[in-house]
Write a protein of this length. Structure first.
Length: 456
């Protein structure tokens, strides 16, 4: 039997070479996030090739709705991860145990609540997004089934977040690899063999998420390390909950409102018809894969910062941020060159329908040069959250991704009725956010130095 409790899975980032810590911690995160993203990407590939372009449009149009609820929870999970990583870095066993059990009970409670909310919000949200009639039914079916398994999504992500907070990014990767392969198998079984259509891909995704949740719970409950989970010890500690909320609520609001703002963007895309929607879906699946390296490095930077702050190794924090940013920029530039050279084959993975293919290629070529801007806002926001400042990044991202983007779309669409100005809403938000986040990060570092928290 494989030993799931090997101590070497825990990574202490308070000593050693910074770039090695960031890369070694990020690689499993990157691969894990890649496989997690494949859940919905595989759904899109399957429905685009074996069902219809309308089904492909339906899967893509559900993303903003799903991300609104999932993003809310992931913000709270970010707060929990920072608190746990702080206690782990400070070697405070009692507080670490308390924070883990508070976190998991909170997850179960929110899982039930979000399942109910998600199912109830399906019809009004689809109508709000101006979803075309030929896409409405499939989108509603997919969303209802997905939200029916919401608690499994939340349990896995929080459990994996606990493991990452103590430096273990390896086992969450193993579980994602296994369940992603299972998801592909279930997709083909339910859609190609049983002809269940879009309901089949939704069921495959939910079933795979349930398996991943079970696996991560088994690891947490069977480990002999300080982060062991015991069902008998599940409780809500008010003091720890407050700490989680201080960091988690701003992050949750940021992610939820940003995701909800994408509902507005999706509504503008929907006005161009189902073929444009399907092309947008194809683009977004590639987009989500391209930004994974910078997101993984951002998560690594958060854990790195949290551990070093807890261990009072503050002089490493700023150097870690510079290292993470440099690695992120290098990888993103290389990926941008690649996807511009292989645009048509990449979009063709999702569809061979000419008009859908044309829309997908337009979006990918137009948007990809702006990816480098995202490196700055991702890395700097990750470091800021790791140091306990979630409010600043929240305000900047909401201002850029929600307020500015919606004002931009409202004005532009009143005078111009073509696709490119609508699509540019995303790059414009990225650019503004990166500029604001950079200056805020520098100001934050100066303040910490003045207080003696960071060495000059």
């Amino acid at each position: 039997m494989i030993d799931l409790t090997v101590k070497s899975n825990v990574r202490d980032m308070t000593t050693g070479t910074i770039w090695k810590h960031l890369i070694l911690f990020s690689i499993p995160l990157l691969i894990g996030n890649f496989f997690q993203q494949l859940y919905n990407t595989v759904d899109s590939v399957i429905v685009g090739n074996f069902v219809s372009s309308q089904a492909l449009a339906a899967v893509g149009s559900t993303a903003p709705v799903i991300n609104t609820l999932v993003g809310t929870f992931m913000g709270l999970a970010t707060g929990a991860g920072v608190v746990i990583s702080n206690y782990f870095g400070a070697k405070n066993r009692e507080k670490l145990e308390t924070s883990i059990h508070t976190t998991m009970l909170l997850t179960l409670i929110l899982g039930v609540a979000f399942t109910i909310i998600g199912i109830l919000m399906v019809p009004p949200m689809l109508r709000f997004m101006s979803t075309p009639d030929d896409v409405m039914h499939d989108a509603a079916v997919y969303l209802r089934i997905y939200f029916g398994g919401m608690i499994a999504v939340m349990v896995y992500n929080m459990g994996a977040g606990i493991l990452r907070a103590v430096g273990d990014s390896t086992r969450p990767l193993y579980f994602l690899c296994v369940t992603c392969i299972l998801n592909i198998f279930f997709d083909l079984l339910f859609v190609v063999i049983f002809h269940m259509g879009i309901a089949g891909v939704a069921c495959a995704t939910v079933l795979s998420e349930i398996i991943s949740a079970i696996l991560v719970l088994l690891v947490l409950m069977r480990t002999h390390e300080v982060y062991r989970l015991s069902l008998k010890k599940l409780h809500i500690n008010p003091a720890v909950l407050k700490q989680i909320c201080i960091i988690g609520i701003p992050a949750a609001l940021q992610m939820a409102v940003t995701s909800f703002s994408n509902v507005f963007v999706q509504s503008y895309i929907n006005r161009f018809g189902s073929s444009c929607m399907a092309g947008w879906t194809s683009y977004t699946k590639i987009d989500q894969l391209v930004i994974l390296p910078m997101q993984s490095l951002s998560m690594a930077a958060t854990t790195f910062t949290g551990q070093n702050l807890g261990a009072a190794n503050q002089e490493r924090i700023e150097k870690g941020a510079k290292t993470a940013l440099g690695i992120s920029l290098g990888i993103t530039i290389a990926l941008t060159v690649f996807i511009n050279a292989a645009t048509t084959p990449l979009i063709r993975l999702f569809t061979s329908q000419a008009d859908v293919l044309n829309y997908g290629c337009i979006f990918l070529r137009f948007m990809s040069p702006f990816y480098v801007c995202c490196c700055f806002n991702q890395i700097h926001s990750g470091v800021l959250r790791g140091s306990g400042d979630a409010t600043g990044p929240m305000i900047i991202m909401l201002s850029s991704f929600v307020v500015f983007r919606q004002i931009y779309l409202f004005i532009v669409t009143r005078f111009i009725h073509t696709l490119y100005p609508v699509a540019f809403a995303y790059p414009a938000g990225w650019i503004l956010c990166s500029v604001l986040m950079f200056f805020y990060y520098r100001r934050h570092c100066r303040r910490l130095k003045e207080k003696g928290i960071l060495k000059p």
